[in-house]
Design a protein around this ligand. Sequence first.
Ligand code: SF4
Length: 387
Amino acid sequence: MSTAFSEPTHSPDATSATDSHSSGSRQRLDYAQLAQRVLDGHEVTRDEAMAILKSPNDDLLAVLDAAFRVRRQHFGLTVQLYFLMNAKSGLCPEDCHYCSQSKVSDAPVQKYNILQRDKLLAAAELAAKRQAKTYCLVISARGPNEREMKAVEEIVPEIKAKYGLDICACLGLLTAEQAKRLKACGVDRVNHNLNTSEEYYAKICTTHTHADRVRTLHHVRDAGLEVCSGGIIGMGETHDDVISMAMQLRELKAESIPINFLNSIDGTPLQKTTELTPQDCLRALAMFRLINPTSELRISGGRELHLRTLQPLGLYAANSMFVGDYLTTSGQPPEQDYQIVRDLGFEVTGAAPYPHEEEAISFGVIGAKSAGGCGGNGSCGSGNCGG
Ligand code: SF4
């Protein structure tokens, strides 16, 4: 079998330096060759994924170039923008340790039940105005109750008819019947994050299991909905856990993969746990791109916090990001996101047609859908909520 690894350059011990991000003796990947092999249909192996995550900082541009070759092949220079709406905040009976809305969090987040129609519509208008492709309707819950299901069934057709936005619903664990109802009312996609590996899951949540989440994703797929599922990096997991998650998403054929970088919020069990560098985040994004070459890859919560001045580089691997705030934390002003896209020479694609064009923010949108159109692809990644 051919390999993208080259011989060690300085030491016969190929793995001796692999815990460091400094350059030195190690078995190096030929990143360009790996990119070409991925484009030819190769599935990245665990060893190759590990080599990417452990690659030295002075390989970073080569790693990103490999990811970019694959990203460009499938998504060109386009960027999709997504808009998050926290339609029900706090009040969650689950104990996801990273989440400020969980029952074990003391973080001072807003608490409210599912919002009324006018507020959900106003958010949709803002999403369209901000050139979002998809409106991500999120509730904090173990799963939706009947009242919440009915609210979603009522608002989704209205939002689609008025604003032409794709809809991604992030409602927690779903039954097969609930997934079918979401499909029937016009939801395009459901977000439900794996968040981490099966092995590590019990360390970040005890009120439901990784298997519960996978079951929901199968219900979503069986209902004919697209799957949006990703995770959170920086929760104390190992590289192996991150790789396992990326490979499981490949098996699940997730159309959309949101990658969050833990924003460790005071009052949550995971406060002050993250030690990510911008380079760590970029290596992770590159690895997800190479393992999941055709999936939408979204830089999600923690982008501004962890990538900092290197945010633009993330879009050489990812092809999507949120515009505006996350669920319980603030994003940077949208104008800064548009500036990143412009400065890269990339273009926003798939934006819903804002009906009041004179008020729309104009920054080179391509591929806008026809008014009222539906059936397009959407995606949702929720800041720090796995839904
Ligand atoms: S991540 Fe979602 S399910 Fe978990 S505690 Fe937060 S709101 Fe609840």
